[in-house]
Design a protein around this ligand. Structure first.
Ligand code: FES
Length: 115
């Protein structure tokens, strides 16, 4: 459920809050990074989809390293705490359609299931 502040009319509670890792390390860095693993076009697609749909229940926030760099690109969705490893823009579309619009997480893209 979304609530609005009375003075700014901004959403203060999101149904889904997405943190997408934008960390980029130099090529060959031992930890790797999500941006080196191809995150940019995926996050671009996610931002475009969310912007186009103007769904106030979903917020995307750029994050720093989430700690599992070599498994990137990574994004985490709260409140469930679901970790996704999308590889294609079609994966992003599937997450938007099934999870954010339909309420059903995309199991095949989850890398750290919420216990
Ligand atoms: S660089 Fe993205 S999880 Fe570490």
């Amino acid at each position: 459920m979304t609530q609005s502040s009375s003075s700014l009319d901004l959403p203060i509670v999101y149904k889904y809050h997405v943190f997408a890792c934008f960390t980029k390390r130099p090529p060959g860095h031992p930890r790797g990074s999500c941006m080196e693993n191809g995150a940019q076009p995926l996050w671009d697609r996610l931002a475009r989809r969310l912007d186009a749909e103007r769904n106030p229940d979903v917020c995307m926030t750029s994050s720093g390293c989430l700690g599992f760099c070599r498994a990137g690109p990574l994004m985490v969705v709260y409140p469930e705490g679901i970790w996704y490893h999308p590889e294609t823009v079609e994966d992003i579309d599937e997450i938007v359609e099934k999870h954010f619009k339909g309420g059903a997480p995309v199991e095949r893209l989850i890398i750290v299931p919420n216990p």
